[in-house]
Design a protein around this ligand. Sequence first.
Ligand code: XMP
Length: 311
Amino acid sequence: MDCRRFIRARVKEMKKTVGDGKVISALSGGVDSSVCTVLAHRALGRKLRVIFIDDGLMRQDEPQSVKRNFAKLGIKVDILDARKDFFKALKGITDPEKKRKAFRNCFYRTLGKAIKASNAHFLLQGTIAADIIETKKGVKTQHNILEQIGIDPKKGYGFRTLEPLKTLFKPSVRAVGKALGMPREMYQRMPFPGPGLATRTMGLVTPERVEVVRQACRIVEEETSRIRLFQAFAVLLADQATGVTRDGRRSMGHTIAVRCVDSKNAITARPTQLSWSRLVRIQKRLIREIPSVTKVLYDLTPKPPSTIEYI
Ligand code: XMP
């Protein structure tokens, strides 16, 4: 793909579509929304307002580091604290698709309010080709494909969407990021799902349980940071499992599944062959740094028949 041509075409197209309108970008800090935001900023400048919805389901220190990194590119990001709303929306839900729906509804309610408050006419979204294919096939509903899940954004939420990356797969999105002059850490970032750590918390999604997953994901990411892989993360399983304390008492605790996969485009994936010593190091850190964890598992399933995330 000729990235410079792609950028020129999308910039021209966005300028024409938006005219004198205002655009809002809900930046998540992931590759897709980051590339999309930098691209739109090039086309629209001050007509673009960038917000980061803090849903409480992000990785460690994510909101602040995204804000800092975009400031370095001359793009201002406003953080919107919606943590309470998301945990309220997810309260009591254990069913995977219901979780996705609850997340999605809360996300668009929050965004709808932000759009109204800033009088924006367009919503910029980092939808890519794989999102559309997976949703069409009915594998799962991606929260970022509005029309496909039966929501008319103009009718229901009062704005239109701009999706400049929807024809691209991940490798091309990264290439566009590079061509836009973004730092490597931004366009080479690991994918992170829209519904965030809610997709990695089986069973109830509470602030306490999400904090366990957040710390577990941080450890897995730190321990695999030098390995070439597509995604590496941790999942908190729903049931408690038996452990034993140093003085021989029975204890019940959390089970963490570690998931590392190699993939080109997320449509298929294979478990990464981590060395035994690395797996043991991850296990030791999880047990030591998160005292409530009593069991650590490594997920060996490819996609298909599994998916990369757990919901
Ligand atoms: P699955 O679990 O379907 O994931 O094999 C494929 C890729 O998509 C990411 N993923 C999402 N990304 N919104 C997103 O933007 C979502 O709702 C979502 N669900 C999964 C996942 O991390 C993997 O890279």
